[in-house]
Design a protein around this ligand. Structure first.
Ligand code: CMC
Length: 386
């Protein structure tokens, strides 16, 4: 290996061979198991999509019903997990709470029998079932309320909104939320999925795999960007302020949140769908004051940065949809995690099916043959500096 082989951020370096999803960043195409995301979003449910991603094919009617039933059965949290959550600080970020809960789940199921299909199946079901309950429970507990028990008569998406808002959502809201989960479920080898694969490759348990991926998703350059988008729209405050805001950020070489992508050089197809969903919600519930700012922002960024391939990514419009569904801003990334757990588990299963531990190399840039200085003779770092 020479320095020429090193690519910061591993840009363009294949990390695996996978048949889970496919992105064509020039044409704006995303497929799950070969099926276009638009078709899946139109016809499928999140649980059907999770099944497709994890087991490699669309379920039959019977298989889907069985999967839905298993997930529904495992939605509740053990009282010890709830007790643990009561000790979390109310001001803590829900992503940190979720990471702790996902890891804690492993304490109850840590057999690590990865060769046993029943263990794999149980872990998949438990993680998909319990993560939404954990997110909703923390959201209520930090306000001093008791968590709401899941309702077996509600769909996956409707039940989450019910547990969060303590009231049953209308069917349009539930369907739109379900589509949001489908759109966020998988996206090839992004940072959190890579993190999941690296952790999986040590043959640790799937709860540790998901906990490590949650920690990676939390960062503002990855899943955390959707929160930053809303903060940015608030800061801009009016359509007139968009142009000066963008000019200032470009002049200061600062990123505009919700724009740009390592792979897409056109508008992210998920952003197209999310924008349409936002408009459907606005038609029914009234327009969000930030939407006009967002539209102007997209126009101005396209004008100024379109030549670099900087267009809205998945995070740009998702926050506007979630706001209209009554979801607090700091739950946007945990909701991303509720969806993405399907992709992480698909990659976990693929990884352990053909495992070789990840162990990349480095290009060493430090000194050699340094003299060992006895403790009493050492200078503090600042004394060494000129
Ligand atoms: N605003 C302004 N300029 C940008 C942006 C942006 N959002 N994104 C990239 N650029 C410019 C960047 O300044 C650089 O320009 P130059 O070549 O003149 O120095 C060029 O485009 C390449 O940027 P990069 O940072 O090298 O690109 P990357 O592939 O390493 O980063 C990214 C991809 C998503 C981290 C980056 O676009 C970004 O930070 N965007 C804002 C944060 C964001 O919205 N993240 C969500 C990503 S999508 C969902 C997810 O993965 O979770």
């Amino acid at each position: 290996m020479t320095t020429c082989d090193y690519r910061p951020g591993l840009e363009g370096v294949p990390a695996t061979q996978s048949s889970i999803s496919y992105v064509d960043g020039k044409e704006g195409i995303l497929e799950y198991r070969g099926i276009r995301i638009g078709d899946i979003a139109q016809h499928s449910s999140f649980l059907e999509t999770a099944y497709l991603l994890i087991w490699g094919g669309l379920p039959t009617h019977h298989e889907l019903q069985a999967f839905e039933h298993q997930v529904q059965y495992h939605r509740r949290l053990k009282y010890r997990i709830r007790d643990m959550m009561k000790c979390f600080p109310e001001s803590g970020h829900p992503m940190d709470a979720l990471q702790a809960c996902a890891a804690a789940l492993g304490l109850f199921h840590s057999r690590r029998a990865l060769e046993d299909p029943t263990y794999v199946q149980d872990a998949v079901v438990r993680l998909i079932a319990k993560i939404p309950t954990m997110v909703a429970a923390f959201a209520l507990m930090r306000k001093g309320n008791d968590p709401v028990q899941p309702r077996d008569d509600l769909s996956y998406a409707a039940n989450f909104l019910y547990m969060l808002n303590e009231q049953e959502p209308d069917p349009l809201a539930a369907r739109i939320f379900d589509v949001c989960l489908i759109l966020h479920a998988e996206h090839t080898i992004n940072a959190s999925t890579f993190s999941a694969m690296v952790t999986a490759s040590t043959l640790t348990d799937p709860y540790a795999v998901v906990a490590s991926a949650v920690g990676t998703l939390a960062g503002p350059l990855h899943g955390g960007a959707n929160e930053e988008v809303i903060a940015m729209l608030k800061e801009i405050g009016s359509v007139e302020n968009v142009r000066p805001y963008i000019d200032a950020r470009i002049a200061n070489k600062e990123k505009i949140m919700g724009f740009g992508h390592r792979v897409y050089k056109v508008k992210d197809p998920r952003a197209e769908t999310l924008q349409r969903l936002a408009e459907q919600l606005f038609d029914k519930e009234g327009r969000d004051a930030y939407y006009d700012i967002a539209l102007e922002l997209e126009l101005v960024v396209k004008e100024k940065l379109g030549h670099k391939g900087i267009y809205p990514n998945v995070d740009f419009y998702s926050g506007l949809v979630y706001r209209k569904l009554g979801i607090p801003t700091d739950l946007f990334t945990p909701i991303f995690a509720i969806a993405r757990v399907a992709g992480w588990l698909a990659h976990w299963k693929e990884q352990i099916g053909k495992n070789r531990i990840f162990r990349p190399t480095q290009i060493y840039e430090g000194p050699h043959d340094q003299r060992y200085v006895p403790l009493e003779n050492r200078l503090q770092l600042w004394e060494k500096q000129p």
